[in-house]
Design a protein around this ligand. Structure first.
Ligand code: SAM
Length: 322
């Protein structure tokens, strides 16, 4: 039922549970950013549960908790438990910077989170401090260890590749090989002026170099996202490429994004959105929510314009939910 006007079945929702974050990644929330929403605007757990139950009856199958940093939302494990129990939701994943993961990994697993993505742009403490705005490498590594101990597998590491860290891709590959993590290399998207200035790096040459060096072949990984995966024939190492600029994947887009204040965004790179918070707070019936969702899908653009119009998007990544 969740079909847009280009025939794409939408079965995947990224749910931003906060726009706050404890890091200041220069390409995501630059230092000095003060535009956080007030909690009164945030959807409550009950509102989220109701909306997702309606969407699940329409065909939504996957939910990813994101942000901002989702582990900063109080009692996020309780929210995870409620979402995991919604009939029709088959897969509940979470993206995190892992700074708070050490103390939460077990609770998230018990709550029904099935898969974890951890952001890690560098293994060099100084580069982490420079890019991510805080000296948190040790906290992230402790969080990763706790996630493994809690039984999360596979764990995917997201590395946004930019001018500053492109030379560290090989080191990250070695680290993932040694620890059994799946590496995902991501092209920097022009979300806000700072990200635009940081310089996007085309992943295609990096992909070809890794292919040759490790004899990589096409492979698939569980997950509803846009990564294209390559792996060693023995399955020991897998690397995914998320290439919104050099090879966009809009034709197979299966995602929408719900912000912490209840706006449903139809595309990360366009402005089309529908305000579900107002509908929920005005007492909309389930049928009205279904109709609003159909109207929202009619607004889903065919594609982003990161390459043609990089100046277009002034929304930071933490606002929409990555
Ligand atoms: N805080 C969580 C985390 O670190 O995974 C979830 C939210 S974060 C916005 C989700 C992902 O988006 C992270 O992997 C982050 O590196 C990535 N990201 C943020 N801004 C980006 C940009 N301009 N281009 C590409 N990826 C970006």
């Amino acid at each position: 039922m969740l079909i847009d006007r280009f025939g794409r079945a939408i079965e995947y929702l990224r749910l931003s549970v906060t726009d706050r974050c404890d890091l200041r990644c220069a390409y995501c929330i630059p230092e000095g950013f003060k535009g956080f929403e007030e909690p009164a605007h945030w959807l409550t757990f009950a509102e989220i549960e109701r909306l997702l139950s309606v969407f699940a009856r329409m065909g939504l199958k996957r939910v990813r908790l994101t942000g901002g940093e989702p582990l900063l939302r109080r009692h996020v494990d309780e929210l995870a438990r409620r979402i995991a129990q919604i009939p029709g939701i088959e897969d509940l994943s979470l993206s995190t910077n892992a700074t708070q993961l050490a103390g939460m990994a077990e609770r998230l697993k018990a709550a029904g989170v099935t898969r974890l993505n951890v952001s890690l742009d560098s293994l060099d403490p100084d580069t982490v401090k420079r890019i991510n705005g805080r000296p948190v490498l040790d906290d992230i590594l402790s969080g990763l260890a706790a996630a493994r101990a809690a039984g999360f597998a596979p764990i995917k590491l997201n590395m946004v590749v930019m001018r500053d860290n492109a030379h560290e891709v090989d080191a990250m590959v070695e680290f993932c090989l040694a620890h059994g993590y799946v590496l995902r290399l991501i092209e920097l998207m022009p979300m806000g002026d700072t990200a635009r200035r940081m310089g996007y790096v085309d992943l295609q040459p990096i992909k070809r170099a890794l292919q040759t060096r490790f004899g990589l072949v096409d492979t698939v990984m569980p997950g509803g996202g846009p990564a294209r995966y390559l792996g060693t024939p023995d399955g020991r190492f897998t690397v995914g490429f998320i290439t919104p600029l050099s090879q966009h994947f809009c034709a197979t887009c299966n995602r929408v994004r719900l912000t912490v204040d209840g706006q449903l965004h139809l595309c990360l790179g366009q402005d089309a959105r529908v305000d579900f918070r107002s509908l929920l707070r005005e007492g909309a019936s389930d049928q009205a929510l279904v109709e609003a969702m159909h109207q929202a899908l009619a607004l889903k653009p065919e594609r982003h314009e990161f390459v043609e119009r990089p100046e277009k998007l002034i929304r930071f990544m933490n606002m929409t939910g990555g």
